[in-house]
Design a binder for this molecule. Structure first.
Ligand code: SF4
Length: 468
């Protein structure tokens, strides 16, 4: 049987695209596998938002060259933002790649996979599989690999592109300007995902709360309300909003949507007005503070996470210190912080850069401050029992099971004695008693398991080690 392996880098838009391709490929008769060595088609969904993501993608492409040498019938495909931006260079640097698809060519990629399906036949080519089995295991270094649990958290794109042109960002250049999907189409896809077993649906867009229905102009809150009302929906979340597009009414409205998960990602980038201006972020520090205050007033139990760029061109010590002080105040449960990385074709690439030493030194201080804040946030959970959605065996320790709490905090627990991937995919809600706090999340002990979010959980036996 034909098998497809998908490795995804980057944001949830890419996760959504990978899920869509996986769905089309399954319908065309492919099995989705979790090891590249087992696949006839290896698909890399790439990101170009930072230099590091680009290098990792080229590294993986090179890595997959061995698959092709062992079995020339294997097809290597690259899709996503880097494919869109770097098509010609990629064809030269990685000639073993069979096909390259940009962000707007998802349908064409699905068609190609369908056509290829016939080439692989029904019976496995045992000789080719033996050749590939001789290779070193290739592991996965991506942000996501489609596996038995991926359908539980479904990503649904509500818009493509972005029209905001932050001066550091490549997205509008590779994905184009805003293109919003009609609400009816979004709801139909959400209903499909629920029918396919999704327990949490995440509405994704580069600037998700700027969404407007192209049919009647309805706003993002209206979309959230209407999706939350769909029969069978258990949990709803969204990413990534832009601070500029939040109004007090939107945030107050969220408080009345019970299905929403208690978390909001509010990308601050910097707490300094001169930097925000140069970034073209379209909000001031005072406006950002106002949004945080609205969240505290209407959504007091929600976790706020953020993105921060350190060492943006022209960032002075004073600018950085104000960002550091903000992080130290403990507002954020988590922060995705990065050293500014030059993106070809964006305005900030041509500006005078902060030295690498200064940027690194600032970055270290910022990380330390956020680590303290994150650990303190996680420590407040100790003693609680949290309902979490299973993610699968821990990537670092197969003796532990990983899950996500409603606020998206990672929770690891000793592997339960009755663990079976199919069973836990069917009964994916875990009640976990939180016993310890770390920088990365919490560890705990699984007490019960449930099929649906509102269900009462049935007890799960403790692993022998926990009983000692
Ligand atoms: S809002 Fe800014 S950072 Fe976000 S996608 Fe648009 S241009 Fe990029």
């Amino acid at each position: 049987m034909a098998a497809l392996y998908i490795e995804t880098f980057g944001c949830q838009m890419n996760e959504a695209d990978s899920q869509e391709i996986a769905q089309r490929a399954s319908a065309a008769g492919y099995a989705i596998v979790t090891r590249p060595e087992d696949a006839q088609v290896v698909l890399l969904n790439t990101c170009t938002v930072r230099d590091n993501a680009e290098r990792r993608a080229y590294g993986r492409m090179n890595h997959f060259r061995a698959l092709k040498s062992a079995d020339p019938s294997v097809r290597i495909v690259v899709m996503g933002c880097l494919a869109e931006q770097d098509r010609d260079r990629m064809a030269k640097l990685a000639p073993h790649v069979d096909a390259i698809y940009g962000t707007k060519e998802l349908r064409a990629l699905g068609d190609r996979l369908e056509r290829w399906r016939e080439d692989f036949g029904e019976d496995p080519d045992l000789e080719a599989i033996e050749q590939r089995a001789l290779l070193e295991p290739m592991g996965g270094t991506a942000d996501g690999v489609i596996d038995a649990f991926s359908h539980l958290r479904a990503f649904v794109n509500v818009q493509r592109g972005c029209s905001y042109y932050c001066t550091f960002c490549i997205v509008p250049h590779v994905r184009g300007r805003f293109d919003h999907r009609p609400a009816a189409e979004i709801r139909a896809e959400v209903a499909e995902k629920i029918a396919a077993g999704a327990r949490e649906v995440m509405l994704v867009g580069q600037t998700v709360n700027a969404w407007r229905d192209p049919v009647d102009g309805a706003d993002f809150l209206a979309l959230v309300r209407s999706v939350a009302a769909l029969p069978g929906l258990e949990r709803l979340s969204f990413i990534s909003p832009h601070p500029k597009d939040f109004t007090e009414a939107t945030i107050a409205g969220f408080a009345e949507v019970g299905a929403l998960n208690p978390r909001v990602h509010l990308p601050m980038q910097s707490a300094s007005d001169p930097v925000l201006r140069r970034m073209n972020r379209k909000y001031t520090r005072a406006q950002f503070d106002e949004r945080v205050a609205w969240i505290a007033r209407y959504l007091p139990n929600w976790a706020i996470t953020t993105d921060i760029i350190v060492g943006f061109p022209g960032e002075s010590d004073v600018d950085f210190e104000s960002t550091l002080a903000y992080v130290r105040s403990g507002v954020f449960a988590n922060a995705y912080s990065f050293i500014y990385s030059i993106r070809r074709g964006t305005p900030a690439a041509n500006w005078e850069q902060v030295s690498r030493e200064t940027a690194h030194e600032r970055f270290e201080r910022l990380i330390e401050a956020q680590n303290d804040a994150s650990t303190a946030y996680h420590a407040r959970k100790i003693g609680r029992i949290e309902r979490c959605l299973v993610v699968g065996p821990s990537k670092k320790d197969p003796n532990r099971l990983t899950a996500k709490a409603l606020d998206n905090v990672t929770v690891n627990a000793p592997m339960p004695p009755d663990y079976d991937a199919a069973l836990y995919a069917r009964e994916p809600w875990l009640d976990i008693e939180i016993v310890d706090a770390h920088v990365w999340g919490n560890s705990g002990s699984i007490r019960a398991r449930a099929v649906r979010f509102p269900d009462r959980g049935s007890p799960v036996a403790l692993p022998v080690l926990s009983l000692l």
